[in-house]
Design a protein around this ligand. Sequence first.
Ligand code: ADP
Ligand code: ASP
Ligand code: MG
Length: 417
Amino acid sequence: MRIFKFGGASVKDAEGVRNLVKVLGETGTEDTFLVISAMGKTTNAMEGVVDAYFKDKSALPGAIQEVSDYHRQILDGLFKSEKHPVYRDVKSLFEEIKGFLAWNKSPKYNFVYDQVVCYGELISTTIVSAYLNEVGVRNTWLDIRDYIKTDNKYRDVGIDWKKTQEKVSKGLDRGKLYVSQGFIGSDENNFTTTLGREGSDYTAAILAYCLDAHSVTIWKDVPGVLNADPRYFDKSQLLNKISYREAIELAFYGASVIHPKTLQPLQRKEIPLHVKSFLNPKDPGTTVGKGEGIDPRVPCFIVKKNQVLMKLSSLDFSFIVEDNISDLFKLLHDYRMKVDMIQNSAISFSVCVDNKFGRLEELLNHLKGKFKVVCHEGVSLYTIRHFDAQSIESLQNGKEVLLEQRGKETVQLVVKQ
Ligand code: ADP
Ligand code: ASP
Ligand code: MG
């Protein structure tokens, strides 16, 4: 079995959905499981719906309408008549969102977020599945929440591998073409959960692991994994082959072309991951698999923008050692900060974090009771794997470096944006 994952960019409009059919025309659809993300920037728009619900109810109808209009335009670009049953199906998904928000009593943001944001994927797969059937590509739509079981740490859940394996092994027929959602799952009480932003790649890997798939292909708007994000670096170069280990490092440091959790399940079963262009499906792209290093061996540049650098020192002349470091990490965990980089000396501790869940102020208030804190918001964290003097120089290029760390293979620089 093969798992194909199509991300938001690949299905951002009617043309994108037609192109998906073209890709399948070239690859065939035998023994294939399609994992599809929300269309275009729908997940951001759904986050807007949740924000409106919590912060400004008067903006809620408009926020939902915006998402609805966007999908309506795609439907109109794909189907000849609005009498097609897919219009009714999509409409009832929007009714479900409105119904949920009307009846919901939970004040918990992350819970409500997962119950609402999941509709991006439910709607996109409903449309793509109907369109594939329409053009003669017979397929079965699946609600992946019946298969991917998780804990209830909403917005960033962990997978219950045992239950997921059971559900997938029992419930799926090989040989069928399935169309299903990335990014979402469900908890013990069958509430919807999400695997964290950009989590559809991870869904593909979870399914591949449970199905013992022979490969996963993620279809992207780039030719494959490049040695730098072409949005931020001028001369990026295609990597033909990379080892799991190398890909894990790149994704972990923030090469957002692959979700970092995707690789370990694949590595465990030695399932190759292909990263290919949905615009040029015949091109080889990048293969992540067994073996060593990267080919070609060139420095790889990764940037994470909008990070936060905190420099802490003690208020009471104590050293920064085990006891206060362990307190610090507990706080970082409690406030759901993702730690990118740490550096400590006898009297200070620097940490660069991703304030993903918007809880920086709360954390700072807490820290200020115990430490002197200097905080730089909006910094960029640059990582170069396989660096050389020239690559570091090209990166620094007049920028103010706030923190630097060098290892054997990797150098990291925190700079003002
Ligand atoms: P999806 O449509 O699957 O969500 P993403 O937008 O998440 O796709 O991933 C593709 C994007 O990842 C590219 O457009 C590119 O800007 C970015 N990217 C970041 N790092 C890299 C890299 N090293 N190689 C290729 N693309 C990268
Ligand atoms: N739709 C989700 C997001 O935009 C998941 C994904 O696309 O991978 O984060
Ligand atoms: Mg994405």
